[in-house]
Design a protein around this ligand. Structure first.
Ligand code: F6P
Length: 208
């Protein structure tokens, strides 16, 4: 069974400031995570490839890992230290917060209380004005999930909080409406290994 690793991009300048969305660069911490991630994936792919192959004949090698990123700078910058081939998909871009892009949650609460309240009341279905809902995100991920399941290589998906909640819920068979509150922290690799009964999960917190 091949692993699927899910991770958010390294910390961005927007994350540091608590701002939603945007297309910011990585912070120095985020860049350090990108380097840690490359080293981790190399080591872990070797370990799992050897464990699932025959002696002297690993089932896969680190270079077999296929890396998917979104089309946003912070995920592509996170993939930079990786030497494996990488493909970027717009379908993996973060939930579009529409008129709230670039704001903090506090600002939304103060300046657009109706948006804040409506989203809190039904985070799954609530669509940001000129933006998306979680439901919308799940829909646009559909073709990508088909492609993900077709892949035979170990996969590393570098994406964003909302998108990874949706992907994780799908892969772990969680009810879709529960996905908006699933914890997907920064600087953590979620390893999913498909088994006969679903997926075996491990989480690796890489720091900094
Ligand atoms: O704060 C980081 C971020 O990825 C934002 O860009 C995005 O709007 C948000 O997380 C999604 O999380 P939530 O749905 O909990 O607001």
């Amino acid at each position: 069974p091949r692993p699927i690793w899910l991770t958010r991009h390294g910390e961005s300048i927007f994350n540091q400031q608590g701002l939603l969305g945007g297309d910011a660069d990585l912070s120095p911490h985020g860049e350090a995570y990108a380097r840690n991630l490359a080293a981790f994936i190399r080591g872990r792919a070797r370990e799992l490839g050897e464990a699932s192959g025959m002696p002297g004949e690993p089932a896969w090698i680190p270079d077999d890992v296929v890396v998917w990123t979104s089309s946003l700078r912070r995920t592509m910058q996170t993939s930079r230290p990786l030497t494996q081939r990488s493909i970027s998909w717009r379908a993996l871009d973060e939930i579009d917060a529409g008129v709230c892009e670039g704001m903090t949650y506090d600002e939304i609460r103060l300046k657009m209380p109706h948006v804040f309240e409506a989203r809190s009341a039904d985070k799954f279905r609530y669509r940001y004005p000129r933006g998306e809902s979680y439901e919308d995100v799940i829909q646009r991920l559909d073709p990508l999930i088909i492609e993900l399941e077709r892949q035979r290589s170990p996969m590393l998906v570098i994406a964003h909080q909302a998108v990874l909640r949706a992907l994780y819920a799908y892969l772990m068979d969680k009810p879709p409406h529960t996905c908006p509150s699933l914890p997907i922290p920064l600087h953590t690799v979620i390893e999913l290994i498909p088994t006969a009964y679903g997926c075996e999960e491990r989480r690796f917190q890489l720091g900094p």
